[in-house]
Design a binder for this molecule. Structure first.
Ligand SMILES: [Fe+2]
Ligand SMILES: [Fe+2]
Length: 154
């Protein structure tokens, strides 16, 4: 088995992280009445940038280069991010949960499919864990919206 993992898998992850960064950047400010959710969006954008840059650095160490497709994913992220702002707050969070579940799935698939060196494996496992935390944030966000609706009588 290839001992240093797979550069194609890293490229795919970079594309997806780039998408997540732009989704969250477009969504920051959508929750003025729920500053905690806005803070999570800011932290999420920064966290996804850290993922993207960390994986990019590792890919370069492996002698690979990020795909030019990442610009397409950035564009798609912008469309999803802006689009989700007109669909309503609940749908926005549900879209984000979908984006994150897909990310977890990618990390799990790539962790299982290739033989990574320890350092890279630990990094990818940490990132997958971060994505699980993001899902928890958006689920808590949905609870907050529900609570707000109840107290407002809506
Ligand atoms: Fe990420
Ligand atoms: Fe995430």
């Amino acid at each position: 088995m290839e001992p240093r993992g797979d550069t194609g898998a890293l490229r795919t992850l970079i594309d997806r992280e780039h998408l997540a960064v732009t989704v969250y950047k477009r969504q920051i400010g959508a929750f003025r009445k729920w500053p905690q959710i806005d803070r999570w969006l800011e932290e999420g954008a920064a966290n996804e940038e850290w993922h993207r840059d960390g994986i990019t650095a590792r890919l370069r160490e492996f002698g690979g280069r990020p795909s030019v497709l990442r610009f397409f994913f950035a564009l798609a992220g912008g469309v999803i991010g802006l689009g989700s702002r007109v669909t309503g707050k609940r749908m926005l969070l549900k879209i984000d949960i979908g984006v994150e579940r897909l990310a977890v799935k990618h990390y799990t698939t790539f962790l299982g499919r290739y033989s990574w060196d320890d350092e890279t494996r630990v990094m990818l496992e940490k990132m997958r864990h971060d994505e699980e935390i993001h899902i928890q944030h958006w689920e808590q966000g949905l609870d907050m919206l529900r609570g707000m609706n109840r107290t407002a009588g809506g």
